[in-house]
Design a protein around this ligand. Sequence first.
Ligand code: SF4
Ligand code: SF4
Length: 401
Amino acid sequence: MSYTSLSDWNHCTECGDCLVLCPVMEMERDEATAAISGLLHHGRSERVFDECTFCFRCNNFCPQGLRPHELILEKFLAARKEKGAMSAVYPYLFNGMETSLWKDLYARLTQNEQSILKKWSEMPPPSREILWVGCIGRLSCVDIENSEIMRDLPKYGPPELCCGELAYRLGSWKAYVRTIEKTLKAFEKLKTETMVCYCGSCYNYLSNILPRVYGRKLPFRLISLYEWLDEKRKAGALRLQKPLSLKTALHESCYVSELGQGFAGSLRDLYASTGAKILDLPHNGERNLSCGAVSVLRTLYMPSSLFKEQNIKYREVRQTGVRDLAVNCPGCYITLSLTSRFKGIKLHYIPEEVLQAYGDRITRPLSSRIQLFVRSFLRRFTLPLKRVDPEASPAPAVGED
Ligand code: SF4
Ligand code: SF4
């Protein structure tokens, strides 16, 4: 099984809509049809391999309901493999690997933080709603555990469980399947009606990719933290305590276009309810440009296409007349953090600003965790990195070894 075997590519009419509407390449029709034909019949298209940022957007444009993003990803990786040009870096980003960024990050947390993660590894008591805390949210475990707003939500998030996003986005279908199967097995034991996803990426992977691509469904309802907070706000259960006085451009993540208007609307309504005045970038909406993070697939370390993508983003921010950029995705926030300060752009992390505006204390913002990422990377990449095979079985997970 692979990404593309889950779609019937005989239904592709080679119309080229996906690449004509691609916000990065905006191909002419003839070039687009030739590129799709090249991918389907010869496994390659040089321009697509050089410029695609693996942003998902083209999946929304296919009249046949196919997922050209996954076709491009699979063919691109096959070509890299053939050349022996696979990076040893990116499997380090997957949760569940023997050598994993997430293991290294959690090992750097304080004793108190590690004891919270240990508590979240246990099955929560039966509850109408529970909070699922994925890989990145665990780095904010103290603030989530002490949150007044989320006080009544039992938390669940064993460090070795994951929605599988990084394995999927960075092209290891086998690692994705292994990760999500392990997570599904654990989820089957949960006694709840609704799972609230702290992270929007987890929400996309569990509510969208899991049923639409992998063909599996969860035994409970899923809702994103934004939708949950917005429902509470509309029901009068949240009181604005520290209004934001801010005019900011909004960066929409890859999963905003995948999840559609319901998710995007709640996010905007909720953020605007704090007092933030949102300015749209020319590329927001269904043709939004990504933060460039997945371009890391193109070279061993930092691809120039990441900087190219981010420079376009910052130019669009300046066109709005402000120097502030609000971001909802933790991956986008971390990736943009690498360059934003050098471009004079101030980043805002929406979930933290919303929780703070409605009365929570944020003592360990994601911005303060960037150093943990940097230290973990430096340690691994100044030592000889053991070549990691993402297709191999993982070693015992965190807490099991
Ligand atoms: S994944 Fe994004 S950049 Fe690549 S072809 Fe599709 S829309 Fe274009
Ligand atoms: S994947 Fe869809 S949009 Fe792209 S060429 Fe095939 S049918 Fe057209």
